[in-house]
Design a protein around this ligand. Structure first.
Ligand code: NI
Length: 135
């Protein structure tokens, strides 16, 4: 089994809050990330595809193609956007890094032409990253 990783970087604004909770509760649960006036992160996204190598190309998946799929379906919709209000596939979802990883997975899982989507990782800070493998 081989694994191929494509890394992309994007900047986005968000606010973590649950409309069911009061502002005080949101502040207690989500801290600074609940600022009503938004704030941003420089996110790193890693998409990992697993599979066997095609003997005719030596590739598991053409990375140029994987890059194009990620740009079109994810980066174009999140980079320099507000994840709460501008990103269609995050609509109604609290934009924690966990939920972003799961939403990215759902966008990409049926669009990988060779091999299978294995993992989606979102790095929100240098020290925190979140991984979803679809189960
Ligand atoms: Ni935040």
């Amino acid at each position: 089994m081989f694994f191929v990783t494509r890394r992309e970087i994007f900047s986005a604004a968000h606010r973590l809050y649950n409309p069911k909770f009061s502002d005080e509760e949101n502040e207690r649960i989500f801290g600074k990330c609940s600022n009503p006036n938004w704030h941003g992160h420089n996110y790193i996204l890693e998409v990992i595809v697993a599979g066997e190598i095609n003997p005719e190309t030596g590739y598991l998946i053409d990375l140029k193609l994987l890059k194009e799929i990620i740009i079109k379906n994810i980066i174009d919709k999140v980079d320099h956007k507000n994840l709460n209000t501008e990103t269609d596939f995050m609509s109604g979802i609290i934009p924690t890094a966990e939920n972003i990883a799961a939403a990215v997975w759902n966008q990409l899982v049926d669009k990988i032409p060779d091999g299978k989507l294995y993992s989606v990782k979102i790095y929100e800070t240098e020290n925190n990253y979140f991984e979803y493998r679809g189960e």
